[in-house]
Design a protein around this ligand. Structure first.
Ligand SMILES: Cc1cc2nc3c(=O)[nH]c(=O)nc-3n(C[C@H](O)[C@H](O)[C@H](O)COP(=O)(O)OP(=O)(O)OC[C@H]3O[C@@H](n4cnc5c(N)ncnc54)[C@H](O)[C@@H]3O)c2cc1C
Length: 524
């Protein structure tokens, strides 16, 4: 039996392994397969549950409390930004929307200039993008886009704006549209159905419902880790204690969970950057009512994007990427503005609603330095993300672009999701209305499904937490392999970047660890 559910442990437990991986999402999943293939004893730890396709009933009321951090209601400290993150075996990849995009070259160029990270020669990412694309069946979506995406495509065509058909990590996809609730037919090639079962097949062990609380370290080495099972609401309990000793420790708990664990462990932090510079692609939303049905709950959730505004000619301006989200009733009702009858009226038009989103490319400007993860009294993470004037200005521009696009695509009315906005009847009316909106926290709806940074890579130890191979700058047997190592946001959806980086980092780790682990004195 290579899966254990920690909530069933009745007594304290101790495990020993070659490599322990904390978190089973994009980073943890790739690492588990790579290291198991290389012959290492791998122990994969996950605070979420081990749910599989038979549990995925395509209902929001089940999915959000069971598959998402904080029941899909995670927010920044001032409540101004809603954050979607997975918390289940497979992490966010189990619930994500399958868009798979390579790291944009301008982002890699920026990392080289600012953080000394050279991903061209020895660390060339290209082969690793190809490996990941092959492993996860990442291919351009061949079916017609659903109406929600088709409006984005048509609006771009009308305005002469750039757009691209999205590559997705799916196999035999039935075009259901419920990716965010876990794929009920295993079509999505998440970590849950690809790398994790392959690793288990190779002898890796998985412990679910186990929350890692602390890394115990001395001098330049992690000695052990301490963990506890979670309760039925996925909160850490003190029922029993679990300790684990490994030769190497990989933290892959996501860009809020990883910095939080390292902060709880009080690891060395001479750069002062641990938990800082957390990026979100802060996202603003524009609804549009069409005469015909859009049914945005049905069909591949994301199949078209537009990069028309991601890399503005004036590099001091904030860039943003245009996409659409899946439109499901609970998700939408919680983001739609207005109260009582006004809200109910909008929800009545739910099936005619098209929704466009603009993802801000944060982290490339002095006024866009991201957020900071700290710990609350229960030692749980809190993300403070101040929205600067620079970001608000970019968001206003993005609201204007989305309204222009939606009217060009034939919308009858457009509604930016802002508490003071109204349904605008024409592009001219929207333009005037959006210019007047006071863009402030809690009046403007802002969301994120892309959490990045907090343990950033850097060539030199004074500019980051880990090096170009994801190895901690100070602790020799610690790696961080997840979205937290990204030095900025990407200007593209992050999963493929994380897969490729972690795949590459694993090759380096395997080469380094193999001789150490062949020394039988380590193995019991
Ligand atoms: C709804 C949604 C849609 C998305 N759509 C897309 C998309 O279409 N394309 C794309 O590229 N990206 C998308 N993303 C983002 C993408 O999935 C993430 O960027 C990526 O999965 C992050 O990988 P990660 O390894 O950093 O963290 P995650 O995949 O989030 O995994 C981290 C795991 O660590 C676990 N963990 C945390 N703390 C602990 C602890 N103390 N002990 C044990 N376990 C712990 C968590 O429960 C979680 O399972 C989406 C995300 C969401 C939520």
């Amino acid at each position: 039996m290579n899966h254990l559910d920690a909530s069933q442990f009745l007594t304290d437990q101790h495990f020993t392994t070659d490599v322990v991986i904390i978190g089973s999402g994009a980073g943890g999943g790739i690492a588990a397969e790579q290291l198991s293939n290389a012959g290492f004893k791998v122990l994969l730890l996950e605070e979420g549950a081990y749910y599989k396709r038979e549990h995925f009933v395509m209902e929001e009321r089940w999915a959000y409390p069971n598959l998402y951090q904080e029941g899909a209601a995670r927010k920044t400290k001032d409540q101004a930004i809603g954050i979607l993150q997975g918390r289940t075996v497979g992490g966010s990849t189990t619930v994500n929307w399958t868009t798979s995009i390579r790291t944009p070259q301008p982002t890699l160029d920026y990392w080289q200039a600012e953080f000394g990270l050279d991903f061209t020669v020895a660390h060339n990412l290209k082969p690793y993008f190809q490996f990941a694309e092959q492993r996860l069946n990442i291919k351009q979506w061949a079916l017609a886009p659903n109406a929600n995406n088709a409006k984005l495509e048509y609006g771009c065509q009308q305005l002469g704006w750039q757009y691209t058909v999205i590559n997705r990590n799916v196999s035999h996809c039935a075009n259901l549209g419920y990716c965010g609730m876990g794929c009920p037919i295993d079509a999505k090639q998440s970590m849950l159905v690809s790398t994790i079962p392959a690793a288990l097949q190779k002898g890796a062990r998985l412990i679910s419902r186990l929350s890692v609380r602390k890394l115990v370290w001395q001098d330049d080495k992690i000695q052990s880790l301490e963990a506890v099972p979670v309760d039925a609401h996925f909160q850490p309990t003190a029922a029993v204690k679990v300790s684990i000793t490994a030769k190497h420790y990989i933290v892959a708990a996501g860009a809020i969970g990883s910095p939080a664990l390292l902060l709880r462990s009080k690891v060395p932090n001479p750069s002062g950057r641990l938990g800082k510079h957390t990026y979100l692609h802060p996202t603003v939303i524009s609804g549009a009512l069409f005469a015909e049905d859009i049914n945005g709950h049905s069909g591949a959730p994301q199949s078209i994007y537009s990069d028309q505004f991601v890399w503005p000619a004036d590099s001091s301006q904030l860039g943003y990427k245009l996409e659409v989200p899946p439109i499901h009733p609970v998700l939408m009702a919680s983001k739609l503005i207005g109260m009582a009858e006004q809200h109910a009226e909008l929800m009545k038009s739910f099936n005619q609603l098209q929704v466009t989103i603009a993802l801000m490319r944060d982290g490339f400007h002095e006024q866009s330095q991201g957020g900071q993860v700290s710990l609350d009294q229960e030692q749980q993470p809190v993300l403070d993300y101040p929205i600067t004037d620079y970001l608000w200005q970019g968001m206003r521009q993005a609201l204007l672009s989305m309204a222009e696009l939606q009217f060009a695509a034939g919308a009858k009315q457009v509604l930016p999701l802002h508490h003071d906005a109204k349904l605008y009847n024409s592009w001219a009316e929207a333009k005037a209305g959006i210019a007047q909106l006071s863009l402030t926290a809690l009046r403007q709806t802002v969301v994120s499904a892309h959490v990045m940074g907090g343990c950033n890579m850097s060539a030199s130890a004074d500019k980051g937490v880990v090096n170009q191979n994801g190895r901690h700058h100070q602790l020799s047997n610690l790696s961080v392999f997840d979205g937290s190592i990204l030095p900025t946001s990407l200007g593209a959806n992050p999963q493929l970047t994380i897969y490729a980086l972690v795949w590459k980092h694993c090759q380096h780790l395997i080469a380094e660890l193999t001789p150490v682990l062949e020394d039988s004195s380590f193995r019991e």
